[in-house]
Write a protein that binds this ligand. Structure first.
Ligand SMILES: [Fe+2]
Ligand SMILES: [Fe+2]
Length: 416
């Protein structure tokens, strides 16, 4: 018996780290909070997160709570760590303190201001095969961004396959790891492949994994992630579980109006207004799709009015960068870039010819992530990075947002 207990004691630390997934999200201030989420297959595993700022001798303890993941036996746990120091590195472990080098995980909180450039990556349409997802996740790890914005069609589980979610979570935990074992927090939007039937799904039953795995600010599939006064990201739901028109459109206008003081402002969603494929069956091109028309009618006037840095689009499984657009026309003086088109690691499609695609500056079927480096002077470097880690497109933004038109003047912090 004593030998058995000794053996169990030896196995305990390994068992405690026997995760299906471990991932970081935010539902409050990213400078001072971090939500640690983990999934395992054990009903009695520890809820304790031991953490400390790197360099500190003092360990702190936070108790997680359990959450159900649809009707599966997967065991979800999470805890929001609070009162953290901005722009600081932390180490943590679940079930016990870190005792030797190589154990545990790290995270970094966001800065209070752009005293250093902030770097994030964005993509969507992630996993057709695990092998290709692993490869792109490793590219993201090597880019070592502050965080990643993932806007739908993540595991292609269609609201049903828990095994695909387990694969997706595991791949992120193993491969999207920055320098020194630092996990990269994610901001997660919804796409059609999170939802049974793809569109007009009921909340939460048609998208049970999305609504259980990811705790967004406010708990909805449309939400704002605000980073002090230097950055805001608005994520929207392109009719997967929330209609484009109505309360979501009203929220978008109010959210933009309330954020004129944010230096950089991004909008991200899954189905594109300026796509590269999926022409309607009745004829026409990608811009003629009913959902694209609705986005341009219900949402676009709001971000054109208040001014944004860029709009991130997905779903069409290509790479694309549009010309600067305003009022459904090319506008090189004050147009908005639409960057997409959702090809993180899925099979790609064909793009319109130069003659057909008047809105496209550049497009091709190529796996990629977008990388954004935001600087205090209001400039930004935007790059497209392919699955081999190669930068194949680059734009320098000279101003953080397009000029507002018919909206209150944008007040920027950080000297611009
Ligand atoms: Fe997709
Ligand atoms: Fe999609």
């Amino acid at each position: 018996m004593r030998i058995l207990l000794a053996l169990l004691a030896l196995l305990a630390p390994l068992a405690a780290q026997d995760f299906v997934g471990l991932y970081l999200t935010w539902s409050a201030d990213p400078a001072t909070t971090m939500t640690v989420n983990w999934v395992d297959l054990r009903t009695t595993s520890s809820l304790d997160v031991h953490y400390r700022r790197i360099g500190s001798q003092e360990w702190q303890l936070a108790k997680g709570t359990k959450f159900a993941i649809s009707d599966t036996t997967l065991q979800g746990r999470r805890v929001q760590l609070t009162a953290l120091s901005p722009d600081s590195n932390y180490e943590f472990m679940i079930g016990k303190k870190i005792e030797k080098a190589g154990e545990g995980w790290r995270f970094r909180t966001m800065p209070r201001d752009l005293n250093r450039p902030v770097h994030f990556v964005a993509g969507g349409d992630m996993m057709h095969t695990r092998a290709r997802l692993d490869k792109m996740n490793a590219v993201v790890g090597s880019l070592d961004p502050d965080f990643a914005v993932l806007s739908g069609d993540l595991a292609y589980a269609n609201g049903v396959s828990s095994a695909r979610w387990a694969d997706w979570l595991k791949s992120w935990m193993q491969h999207s790891v920055g320098a020194d074992g630092r996990l990269i927090p994610m901001v997660v939007g919804i796409g059609n492949h999170e939802v049974r039937g793809g569109y007009k799904g009921k909340i939460p039953e048609d998208a049970p994994f999305y609504y259980s795995l990811f705790q967004t600010p406010g708990g909805k599939s449309y939400f704002a992630n605000d980073f002090a006064d230097y950055l805001s990201i608005l994520a929207l739901d392109t009719d997967h579980t929330e209609p484009i028109k109505g309360p979501q459109a009203a929220w978008l206008e109010q959210a933009l109006a309330a954020r004129t003081n944010k230096q950089f402002q991004f909008v991200t969603y899954h189905y594109p207004a300026y796509g590269t494929t999926k022409a309607p069956k009745e004829g026409g091109g990608p811009l003629d799709a009913a959902r694209s028309i609705e986005i341009r009618k219900e949402w676009m006037p709001h971000w054109e009015k208040y001014g944004v840095t860029a709009v991130l689009e997905h779903d069409h499984h290509n790479y694309k960068r549009t010309h600067p657009l305003r009022g459904h026309k090319r506008d090189d003086a004050n147009g908005i870039l639409y960057l997409g088109d959702g090809a993180y690691a899925v099979n790609t499609r064909t793009v319109p010819s130069k003659e057909e695609g008047w809105w496209l500056a550049k497009a091709e079927g190529r796996n990629h992530v977008w990388s954004f480096r935001l600087r205090a002077d209001g400039t930004a470097l935007i790059q497209a990075v392919d699955i081999e880690g190669k930068v194949f497109d680059k734009v320098e933004l000279k101003t953080p947002r397009t000029k507002p038109v018919g909206a209150p003047k944008v007040v920027s912090s950080g000297g611009n």
